[in-house]
Write a protein of this length. Sequence first.
Length: 857
Amino acid sequence: MPTCTVACPSEDHGSCHCDEGFLRPVKIGRASVCLGILLLVGLALRVVGITRGASDFVLPEDRSAGQVTAFYAFHPDEISLINGALKDFDLNSPPYTSYGTLPPYLLGGLLRLFDLRQGHQTLTGGTPDFRRPVYYVARILAVVFSLGVLLFAALVTRQLYGPWPAVAATGMVAFSPGAIQQAHFFINDGPFALASLAALWAILRACEGPPRWRRFLLAGALIGASACIRFHGGFLGLAFAAVLLLRSPGGLVQKFRATLTESRLWAAGGIAIGLLLLLHPYFLTHPELLSRKKYVGDVALTIEYASGKYLQPWTLVDVDVIPIVSHWLGSWPPIVGWPLTVTFLGGLVWAVWRGGWQERLLVVWCGLYLLPVVMLPARAVRHHVPLLAILAALTVGAAFELWRARPDPRWRRGLTVVGIGLAVHLFVYGTAFARIYLVEDSRIRAGRFLVEKVRPGSNIAVESGAFSTAGLVSSKRFTHRWLDISILLYSGPYMLCADRIDFLQNKLKPVGAIVYVEQNRAVQYAAVPELFPVAASFYEGLPSGRFGFDVVRRFKTYPDFAGIQFRDDDEDPTFSGYDHPAVNVLLRRDDAALDVSFEDWRRDLRSNPWCPDNGLHAAAVRLTAEDLPGALTAVREAIAANPNALISYRVLAEILSRMGDQDGAREALVRFLPATAGGRMAHVMNPNMVHFVTASTALSLVRLGLYDSALNELRRGLREDYSDDPRALKLRAQSYLRVAAAFAGAGRAEHREAAIRMSLEIFRTADALNAMAKIVARRGDLLDSRRFLEQSILVNARQAEVHLAIAELFLAVDPDVERALSHLDRAEQLHAAPESKVARLRQRLDRLMDPSRGAEP
């Protein structure tokens, strides 16, 4: 009979039955007391700021709708999961395929249980009174998951090393900023950390001692649950089978035979697979969903973005990195701090070198989990947090092994000092980090500042993106002016740097203030100045006041405790962007400062080695002078200096075509066209942005003086099979009008008219129709001019000036007084036409309708 662990009145433990221990007093050890305290402290660190986002700052447009309080949330992944929970359950049409669906289904069940959906299928459009309880339930669930991780961290470590190591490992997890952050957001990584750690504990239990059905079945269920959260949680099954294989007696053949005939293992695998298919039947019924690349949540599209195949703004910081080094050194310092980042490596080395099968099981799981993560360059700090408890356990195990192996007092004192130092650093860092949730989010403070300090009616430049503060800028009090920096990402390679600067200058001309989050776009573009020199230079100079705007406030909350501040400006944006980003508010000095600063900027960028302008201008001059060999040499030098400037290949194709080298021209076009650009610039084929490429190229060709080439590029664009979405067509048509304006500036009237007519072929806009009306009117074709204007009114009936022009034309050609009067009346109703012009036309119509009024005085 095993030794009894309860307090027995007799020393004869053989007569003391353990199953009667509940009748006797249980002695609680000091380690258990410390563990209980850590769990309470961990809970406190995780619930602090649980009501964050609730605010008395209400946007003016919401206040006018009767709202007296507001609720703000900023984590895009959390929003995605909650939206998935609110939708009607359809197992064959999941809210996304990039992750498992257990978390949103679990939250959705709770929301239905407490009747919190209120008929909503999404968070969009819901009032604060609806969103607030939904988020609170999600956050409570996230805290429960995090507490579960603490508990299983203690169980796993205690099983391997004993009670005091369990206390130490649990303390690491309790005070880890990464774990604290994870507990504050309902995202997949929280439940996955719990499920995978619980599965490892169950596997350890199942592999120790004689095989027991219930332990195998429990392990299978937890492996299945892990896979239902993140699909590669199924790798836990491989780790389980590998341990059983290696622990089986006999030679290799006997080991395989014993493992393959282990019925309990097959049952565990059946439970895991059955649970996965139960929640994801579309694996069998609609497997095509796994290869779909249409929506943001599609797993195939997510993999392409994360792999770096198609650059995205949020992947720019991970360009040309060594993935495994980038992931470790970029993710673990914010999660636990630099001291433990280095120490964890020591724990892994010890586990591989000196550990038993249990430690190697944990290391194998770390490798299997990280394999798909580190194979992709794109880094997200939260993806590493599920390994925190495992690394903590291995590190503590290594430390206690060193303690036992070296009884030398000096060695032990040194080890104690190091341990205390690590503990103090983590305690201060973790406590400081938790305090950020006591402070109002910097984006809310920025929105409040704008309402209080910036003149109503101002144009404010804002960004899109995951960490944008645009939602906190009142659209009623101010006018949003989108910076549209993504244009420089997708169309920038087809533009000269001068044209990119013009683009930004035109964006900022009407703007009185700028508000931007550093972690949203600035950090990303700063990482790749060789790919996007203008965007990188813009964000570098913006906070210094270079472009005529001064930073009047910078809102940023740093982790702070007892006067010790952790300045984390250089941390990974996927860590700081969710809950404590830096928000800059800039106000304009004057118009002259803007113009002068942009002219200085143009001059400075001429010497930038990543800008192709000088080389392409030299090639264009030689091409215009029919010096084809000289032009070819110049353009090839430009390509050698920056092979990612795709506009260079268009000029190269033009030169080779004129030289009669049609094969070479076709090869250059293959490198130029979005569909075949490939390499680092493969992202330009983004279906939502590719329609800007044609006009961007043509604009730069106009600047180079290659007017016919620019017009031919517009014609080629008409043949491209781009999006037929009305919004995309309209934007594409408007981009052709910008090229028409460039032709006009260069004095190329015929080219301008051709560009406008092509714009109308794409999509009929009022601007294009009005422009054509003026062109034909100058040629004396007033009837045709009137027809264009009448079509313009059909597109946009609220054009007072156009109504007046039509009225005048109805008096000038094929007179029709009644129709002229109708358009004049409409112009007056719109209250937007010049009163003097309306009055003169009214008098003229009155005389025509009543000749007795006499001549005009």
